[in-house]
Design a protein around this ligand. Sequence first.
Ligand code: ARG
Length: 265
Amino acid sequence: MKKLLFLMVSVLVASVVLAGCGTSSNNGEGKKTLKVVTDAAYAPFEYMDKGEIVGFDVDFLKAVAKEAGYEINLVNVGWDPIFVEIEDEIADLAISAITINDDRKQSYDFSVPYFLSTNKILVPEGSDIKTASDLEGKVVAVQNGTTGQEAIESLLGKNNPNIKKFENNNLAIMELISGGADAVVADNTVVEEYAKNNPDQKLVVIADTDSFDSEFYGLMFPKGSKLKADFDKAIKTVVENGTYAKIYNDWFGSDPDLETLKQQY
Ligand code: ARG
């Protein structure tokens, strides 16, 4: 009995102590506010519009957080800092079109997948690049530390001087526009939307399923985060109850392939 009492008191003390630290805070209604980090230079997933962070990821995050019962404080910290803030538990989670892969899984936890993606190649109209193998000998711009960089490195070799790495993907695209690169490799939705929304720049997008795998985005948490369970549950609910399809439709004007997503659970 004494032992049990001691155990109960310890648990109580521990939870009071734990509640007092960390990154999250409580607002008036008792809902926890989570710090969420992103790199808002990746339209249409997250980008700045009139000083606000908007995008598919932002709407999705809002829906999922609401479902899970959390308030969010979304902060645009940039790509590399995301990984530092999650690893050091400065932030509670990240959303940034982040691909779930084995390498990252060693240092971070991920939610169930919420978006299917693949790398594609953005080139000027009339380019002689028609497949990924044509990138040999060409200058390719990528965002540093992305799966696009990884994909091009496995084609052209690590440390190949023809691979130009940028802090964000918009800078990589600018390099292409200004003629400093022959191609950009990045997530299909990003390059497709860019080409579509900037017809005057006359760009085309090339798919190469032999060279570029399917990828899935996930929310990223510090290793061992207790939030993962709540968010996984909430993601499954918004996928099931039609909220996900509505947000997807708002941004992309088509229906999502929910079956492929659910096969990954
Ligand atoms: N999906 C790719 C990756 O995880 C690129 C993501 C880049 N996201 C961004 N917001 N810049 O490596």
